[in-house]
Design a protein around this ligand. Sequence first.
Ligand code: ADP
Ligand code: MG
Length: 706
Amino acid sequence: MAISTEDPQNLPVTKLTGIGAQTAVRLQKLGIQSLQDLLFHLPQRYQDRTRTHPIGNLIPGLSALVCGTVEFTDASQRGRNSVICRISDHSGLLSLRFFHFSVQQMQQLKPGVHLSCFGEIRQGYNGLEMIHPEYHIIQPGETPTEATLTPVYPLTEGLAQSTLRRAIKQALTLCLNHPNSLSEFLPENIRLALHYPSIAEALETLHNPPAHISTETLLNGDLPALKRLAFEELLAHHLTLLLGKQHYKTWQAPSFDLDLKAKQSFIAQLPFQLTKAQLRVISEIEADCSKPQPMLRLVQGDVGSGKTLVAAISALAALSSGFQVALMAPTELLAEQHFRNFSQWFAHTDSQIAFLTGQLKGKARANTLQALADGNAGLVIGTHALFQDSVNFQNLGLVIIDEQHRFGVQQRLALRAKGQNQGLVPHQLVMTATPIPRTLAMLQYSDLDISIIDELPPGRKPVTTSVIPSERREEIISRISHWVAQKRQAYWVCTLIEESEQLQCEAAENTATYLQQTLPDVRIGLVHGRMKASDKDAVMQAFKQGECDLLVATTVIEVGVDVANAGLMIIENPERLGLSQLHQLRGRVGRGSIESYCLLLYQSPLSQTGKQRLAILRESNDGFVIAEKDLELRGPGEIIGNRQTGQIQFKIADLVRDRALLEQVPSVAQTICHQHPQVVHALIRRWPGGAALQKLDDLFHTVYSP
Ligand code: ADP
Ligand code: MG
């Protein structure tokens, strides 16, 4: 290849020897197109071929490099059609067994040939054996060992480990030897303070680790080379969001004039007083919205802390300044509940409230769209259907997203594009009841200012939680009948057992039928995701009005549903859900002033960690504490709250394994923005972070390009 001044990292993989069009297609399945992509495709583990093991020392389970002389090669007499090649060294005998082989191969392995082979040792019929080892005929004078540990890369169908190794080796050599490649973007003083190797050293170490590093160290995240890459990836992600925020703040937004009278009469109609925390957060929002720059604010508040009212009073500020408001909820059920609440709260105002979900069709939909387009509807409540292309606003001033954790970063950014109108963008308020550990919040929401409602309305009693094995199911069922006899209501939640909504709904139906047979006097309702919206609504209404005692439901009731007289919740198979999600579900009870209970009915036997996790819920009612503990108990590689859709997938960083690194990210990002702004874009570009960040990047271009 001719030397050019251009960075070889940007070259397509087909420029490498041995990579043709077909291999390129396979590499693309791994997200690899350029040499840079190859370099950042890290091994998932390593093999140690830096030393040979005497056959006499081998034990089953060990993966080892072994050298020996062929004694014989012969077709096996027993079992499947296979070939056995017996080798020996001075210490013992080892059988190599091949199920796929060619005549030529058999002829090569003739007695007296000196062989090195690598593979996992197992116990065979006649002593130790290796199945399909990688082998190599040693020529006189050749050493069988390798100088560095051997990387094992994640593969895809049709791609051989050896092809990928050769390609990465070539890419690494090209880039390491090129003066304009693998530039260092971390400022020197920061890098040295963190004890990180340069990017070039880090990649070299991870692809070709020196023999003295143990394979465990390479994987457990302690190696500076790996830390450095993970750190840089997190930093790039953080910078991407910060940049998004900076850009967004350069736009103009409508500034709202506060109508104090309207606000006072709004608050006066409520049957309770707002908490101090609610008032504080409302004033933070009002201060943001009175400025001509768009607000980007996240309100975090535990379940039941009263976020909906904070949203409503923020909406009031927009409406009384003559701007439209869109409130998006993650489920129809929650959207409907908000719609009912808002309709009641805003009844005394002259604002028209519209409702828009995917279910709305035909003429009704057309009318709603029309009302939004010409501004007749001031406030619209709905699901993500709100942000389809066909929806246009006359003058959208405020976007509120409830239960933000259900939506992804991309959706958050796409929304910003939506509201843009005559050079003005809307203010944005996002709300979440899923407390995430502070360090993660700083990373995931670094494009947002954060307000926290750290107080629950007075009089709330903590929910008493018990962890109970499924063997005691009947006892629990009889407890329901006592409960209901006291004119109280309860929930029975069937969790996701199968990854299919259909099956989940069937499970809920069966449970409802069974409970009805066992408890003939109890009025039982059923809601699940497959029911028609109107049917769901009817059941929910009946439950709310007390016409139904026990609501059997799938996790559709997770968010927002609010019935004060329902103080008992049974959750089946809680071990299958994330703790934060369980905490959310549990938040449906304990809403009124009655004593309330949550029974976690687990399927036994339950693992030690499983028990520990559920015990956290029993011991704490604080969503933040639960989130922190949950994180501590998770092993590397487990995704945070696996039901949280739209989460960024990192290429190298692992939010659990690398959580100590997160602490340093925000301050380093600040330093870089202020002192080394020239590397910000370079860093972001180096880390497309797989599809997710790439999409993010595209969005920035569509949203922010002048
Ligand atoms: P979340 O923060 O989980 O969304 P909600 O907004 O649904 O909580 O509020 C939970 C319940 O508390 C609702 O019934 C709501 O009317 C009530 N609520 C909200 N604020 C207060 C308050 N300051 N005092 C008493 N009850 C309140
Ligand atoms: Mg809510």
